[in-house]
Ligand binder design. Sequence first.
Ligand SMILES: Nc1ncnc2c1ncn2[C@@H]1O[C@H](COP(=O)(O)OP(=O)(O)OP(=O)(O)O)[C@@H](O)[C@H]1O
Ligand SMILES: [Mg+2]
Length: 563
Amino acid sequence: MNKFIFSDKKYDVLIFILGIIISIMSGLIALLIPLQIRQFIDIPNDGLFNRTTFFIAGLFIIQAMLSGIATYLLIKYGENQVKAYRTFIFRSIINSKVNYYDDKKSGELASRIVNDTSIIRNFITNSLVDFTSGLVIIVGAVIMLFLLDWRLSLVMFLLLPLMILIISPLSNFSGKYGKKVQDYLSELTGFITESIQQIRLIKTSTAEKDRLTNAEKLFKDVYVVSIKSGLIDSIAKPLVFLTLFSIVTIIFGYGGQRVTTGTLTVGTLVTFLVYLFQLLTPLSQLGQFFTQLSKVKGATMELNALAELEPEKKDGKITDISNKSLSIKNVSFSYGDKKVLKEVSIDIPANHKIAIVGPSGSGKTTIVNLLERLYEVSEGKISIEQDNINDIALNNWRQQTALVSQDISLLSGTIYDNLIFGLHSIPSENDIDNALIAASLKEEIDNFESGLQTVVGERGMRLSGGQRQRLQIARAFLRNPKLLILDEATSNLDSNSEESIITALRNITKNKTTIAIAHRLSTIIDADKIYFLEKGVITGEGTHKELLIKHSVYASYVEEQML
Ligand SMILES: Nc1ncnc2c1ncn2[C@@H]1O[C@H](COP(=O)(O)OP(=O)(O)OP(=O)(O)O)[C@@H](O)[C@H]1O
Ligand SMILES: [Mg+2]
């Protein structure tokens, strides 16, 4: 069974039970109304304003009120469930290992969380209310009908199975297509999100037309399944009503004849018909309920998979890593079955600076990923003095490191928001100034009209490439890390800012263990040791001078940059 109830707080359960009870009560009162109508017709009365009419009016009002209250309570319950469900899934997503996202589209996932949970809410707030009060009315009305006149009822109920026979296969189909529509919609959302994110790429590659063609294909897919699902609904609805109205016609004919022969009062016939009309809506909704139920099953299956992603291992010992040496020992790593690192060993004495150089794709960022524990080392180990880094509490470890990553790690919001992102205490104005000065960003930001409150746009789109990188460097400064990891941190800087960044890096890396990855040799020339990585293997290590002499590939690297 698919579980989809996540909030089982007593208060919520109470609201739910109360909602259901009131909705049942509203159904029961609805059943009383036709009986009063019979009295009204069959027993002589003195005009419109008598006890029976007031009683009937009163019943109508109470029934309407109860139905309103029940609807509200169940909406409240449904919204509470969706809130709890969304929180649960988002928590799972944010805590899961990153490798899950290697082959996922963000827009598609977002659509799942937002839309699929809405299906569940609609089910609780609409279908469930209709179903419970409907069920009461169906059971109650059927009993009443048999009590009123069993022969008339028998005629009717011989015809009813016919209707169920028609509806149930149709509702199965409808559920299947409903799920397909949902799948295609998620895919579409993913596609549109990506198109907006990559709008610059699309334009500069003149790929608008191709993109549009692809979009049209997706629109068509959604269209086709929606139409099919719509077709089934359009067949089912009139069929249901056709069957019901045939039944009504037969009742009219047979009942009318019984009234003529005096074996049935007019009041009973009218009451009979009122009950029948009360039955119409719940009976036709019964099919919809099961369609919705199968949709909910489909949606919860997808959502539960998201709710149960494997989380990162967070627990471990708390330890201060300052003034401790770091050692990467015989580390091998594969993404899936693609081996990327082979027996890599790097030793970094406390507060030293080492650099990793090597061709693109050689595995440099992968080493960073392992150090930040975004992926787990599969062979060998990384340790801080005697502690394997895997034994240190994850947050404790990451709080003591700062990463300036190769890709844009900025969020929409202001420059200030980005600077303090993830910090546990708000830095002083002075600290912020120092960080900005160190990253040679101070002057530029002061010249922005809104200064620190300048909005950077999605992924920092409204900043220049160099500004984005320097903002990330300033953020790393503010974290005041014990272990600093710089991945390609200077690739976007002009030689002026590069100069100041080198000075800045010298300041910040003082008394800090630093691992720097750069294609530009100017930033790493003063590293205590340089490692040369080729195809996942360390092929040389030493100071700049040593490598120049003994490593021919490194020497030619340096030569290229001197030109
Ligand atoms: N998430 C991933 N899933 C599968 N393969 C990956 C993943 N990330 C990287 N790779 C592969 O691992 C290899 C090493 O990638 P890595 O990013 O470590 O290279 P790099 O040395 O940082 O290159 P560059 O200098 O271009 O940044 C590459 O062949 C890349 O295709
Ligand atoms: Mg890289």
